[in-house]
Write a new protein. Sequence first.
Length: 549
Amino acid sequence: MPKVYLLDYVAGNVRSLVNAIERVGYEVDWIRSPEDVAKADKLILPGVGHFGHCLSQLSSAGYVPALRAHIDAGKPFMGICVGLQALFGGSAEDSNCPGLSLIPGALDRFDDTVKAVPHIGWNDASCPTSPNLYGLRPDSKYYYVHSYKYPYKKGELESQGWAVATATYGSETFVGGVAKGNVFATQFHPEKSGVAGLRVIRAFLDGSGAAALAQQPPQSTPVADNLVPKDGLTRRVIACLDVRTNDQGDLVVTKGDQYDVREKSDDRSVRNLGKPVDMAKKYYEQGADEVTFLNITSFRDCPVADLPMLEILRRTSETVFVPLTIGGGIRDTVDVDGTKISALDIATMYFKSGADKVSIGSDAVIAAEEYYAAGKKLSGTTAIEQISKAYGNQAVVVSVDPKRVYVSSPQETTHAVTKTSYPGPKGEEYCWYACTIKGGRETRDLDVVQLTQAVEAMGAGEILLNCIDKDGTNSGFDLELITQVKGAIKIPVIASSGAGNPGHFEEVFDKTTTDAALGAGMFHRGEYTVQEVKDFLGKKGLVVRKFEG
Ligand code: 1PR
């Protein structure tokens, strides 16, 4: 098998990249020291998380001159995500840390006054001057996850000989990919961009991307002046798999009604809706934009290294090339042999096994309570802070399991209330949403606004907003809950619980500003496919990613 070298210098999910490279027929070898760089013909520089962290790692390990020498020698080079950002002079994310300065100029942060940041999801990478640049297609979508970007200025990089692919988020058009000579880099993650992304990786590895560019250098005219860039971010549809061991000891996908996953029949066995790896693959092939696994029972009695979810992730990431999130049991813990294992260690195991994000539930509630008890002071020791520091905030999702608490008037509680169109049992017209832990078994005196604001301050990158009252009811999402949380924070929110048909997805995207919507039961029971939901949204004029087989 032909070989490509990957630079192993920073934390993150490189397993998916390795899987994607192998899928297109190449073998991966690792560069573990600057001296190794010289042996690489083709070289990929991955990178996730913090610009300063990545660049200072590269610099202190002595890689910068070796990378420059590789590029100057005309050898194929590809940068991904922070690997693209590294080509620039610097970034506002850490202005003390210089980049490789192959391209002058510095990255800045997306404006979060009118939209969620990080920019997470599927967007364009289109290059009007070289329409088929490295296999990029104008009608394909690619997976992005980042807060900093290089703003696109018409003609600026083109005048330096770069072909530039762009995407637009809100009203900000930014660089999604650049290519010149032997250098190619993408802000998006091709290894997480389904078939469209595999095509891009192949075009780099087999040399066809660089060859085509050499034959047809980009025309000097950039995007036509009269072309107004449109926000290309799609409506994300996520499939969620609640996983647990059933009474026979098999790991199964299950699904509850208001979190009760046992059959209503006398035997009260755990509902078994299928096998996790097979179902994840099925949803990927139906066009799911992400797949989330929630390990809904604690692994208290299971040696951490044998976590069954690790194997599920390893196997899933071999065939599923969209982002994978894993939740359940991510907290500091004591292993069966008495060894202390930190939440960060557990998250690391998951990332190494193919997860792109970890989702934290109960532990986030406890951390938020401590944050308020300490007068809104960050301790630096919480799982959220430690994982987001090491892997970037885009890698940390907080899963919220709220329950409605009805009150007759806002004065009855100190919590953030919502006036509801669905009054309580005694006709109460207001409610607040109480956070729970341990899968809804324990309700705490903390509301969703408090929780989500606290975890945003700690460095969480996204909120998975469930709703116990709505879970499994097929009655649609809790729009009042979603509106309240969206109004309280800047990070993206995934609406969850209650989806029963494609119209519910349209409703949540239409009536709230949610960034993504998640379904479980309706997909597991075979009532609708993910594809049907996306086709429906497309017909209603919403931008969705079309699945490329
Ligand atoms: O607390 O960090 O160990 O994480 C446990 C995780 O497991 C949390 O993310 C929590 O939401 C989840 N969880 C715990 N118990 C249950 C349960 O169902 N008994 N499932 C559970 C949460 C809710 C959603 C579900 C949507 C959509 N499941 O993930 O998929 O409600 O369902 P629907 O479309 O069928 O209505 P920790």
